[in-house]
Design a protein around this ligand. Structure first.
Ligand SMILES: [Zn+2]
Length: 420
């Protein structure tokens, strides 16, 4: 298996315009490049490549992904083959490692592949159902998402039915029912079986290779709100989904995190989507839980610079967050003390702020060097503009380091060093 470091190096070095441009005649149109789609016959150029998002998408046939996905599809290469070809192109040495994956038995690998295939089919089914719907689609448009975002991010809709996925899988091989249960798409209770997700906006969660592994599912009607249904139903752990290790959006954001040497951490799925719609393409979020150490360590392999996106209405409490961060970062913290500190500072505040403080603390104790909090979202045209914006301390972003106590600066050793 190719090491994560090699994969990161490949994604940092590659140029999607160069790679796709070698196979498709691309013309620059506005911020993007367009051409004739190599995956279906067309007269108009629906095939679009975005340099800032490091992605391609065909609005005719729906094909899309990153440069590696493009080569896999176009050349029929496997994921490691495509990586090795690109590594050769950019003179990147390929380091192989053994991994948990290598220890899997062939039947486990086959089952996982079948599970990922099913998840992909269900994602596409939900997506089609959203785009063909009336009220759920209108709800998303009213929330400020563009049709383009809904397509690019493959947002879906699970209808108000117990049988959408259940019927889909049982009409095929019976074996697929078991798989749907193992993927936590369907539930078996006694002799009854039914769908896990019903009447929700479906946000597909991907692994770093871009495979759909779970969903975040959001309520969208006032009736659901009145019934106090949980705002989000998060997919359970499954044979393909490990919540603690997964960051929502990382599959698409990692290319940009590597190139920008910075990651933006926001609270939820919709924040990531809003950021991406505003061309801030290096935003990620945890999947319905507090940010974990595993997730932060993964990000720290790519960058030590972080920006935390806070909601607009929380910006007024900025000072409190900064104070909390300074106090927390200044201590050798054990978990109990940590929780007490966070809660003491914030007893009147909401869960979002508590989780932000925990995140700040975790970032510093794990080795981040620059952490700032920015009011969110900002209307920024592209990544360059974003980098300009956050490098201007007089603007909305406030580097937390300036407020750190001398003790805190020991924890954040490069806190006074100016960025890049
Ligand atoms: Zn196409």
């Amino acid at each position: 298996m190719i090491s994560q470091q090699t994969i990161d190096d490949i994604f940092t070095s590659l140029d999607i315009i160069e790679i796709i441009g070698a196979k498709v005649d691309l013309k620059k149109r506005g911020a993007n490049y367009t051409g004739s789609c190599p995956f279906h016959n067309e007269k108009s150029a629906s095939f679009t490549v975005s340099e800032s998002k490091q992605m391609y998408k065909c609005f005719g046939c729906g094909e899309g992904g990153n440069a590696i996905n493009f080569l896999m599809k176009k050349e029929g290469w496997s994921y490691p083959e495509a990586l090795k070809q690109v590594a050769a192109l950019y003179n990147i040495p390929v380091v192989e490692t053994t991994s948990a994956e290598d220890a899997l038995k062939p039947e486990q690998i086959a089952e996982k592949d079948a599970a990922l295939k099913l998840m992909g089919e269900v994602k596409r089914m939900y997506h089609k159902l959203l785009m063909e719907s009336d009220a759920p689609l209108q709800y998303m448009l009213d929330r400020g998402f563009t049709r383009e975002t809904l397509i690019l991010e493959e947002i879906g809709y699970a209808p108000d039915s117990w049988r959408t996925v259940s019927d889909y899988v049982t009409m095929q091989e019976p074996r697929r029912w078991d798989l749907a249960v193992k993927c936590k798409l369907c539930v078996e209770k006694g002799d009854k079986n039914f769908d896990f997700f019903r009447n929700r906006i479906m946000i597909p969660i991907h692994d770093e290779k871009g495979n759909c592994i779970s969903f975040g599912a959001r309520i969208w009607t006032s009736a659901q709100e009145a019934k106090k249904e949980p705002k989000y139903l998060n997919g359970y752990e499954s044979i393909v989904y490990h919540k603690d290790a997964t960051l929502y959006g990382l599959d698409k954001a990692k290319l940009i995190i590597n190139k920008a040497d910075e990651a933006v951490l926001v609270e939820g799925y919709f924040d990531v989507l809003k950021a991406r719609q505003n061309n801030i393409n290096h935003a990620v979020a945890s999947c319905g839980t507090a940010v974990t150490e595993t997730q932060i360590k993964r990000l720290l392999k790519m960058t030590k610079n972080f920006v935390l996106g806070g909601d607009n209405d929380k910006a007024k409490d900025q000072l409190k967050i900064d104070e909390a961060a300074a106090k927390l970062a200044s201590k050798e913290i054990d978990q109990k003390e940590h929780d007490e500190n966070v809660l003491a500072i914030n007893e009147k505040d909401n869960a979002g702020e508590i989780s932000m403080q925990k995140t700040i603390n975790l970032l510093y104790t794990c080795g981040a060097t620059n952490v700032g909090v920015v009011e969110w979202p900002k209307n920024i045209k592209d990544l360059d503009e974003w980098i300009d914006f956050i490098n201007k301390p007089e603007e909305a972003i406030e580097p937390i380091e300036e407020k750190l106590t001398p003790d805190a600066k020991k924890v954040a050793p490069n806190a006074n060093k100016s960025k890049k």
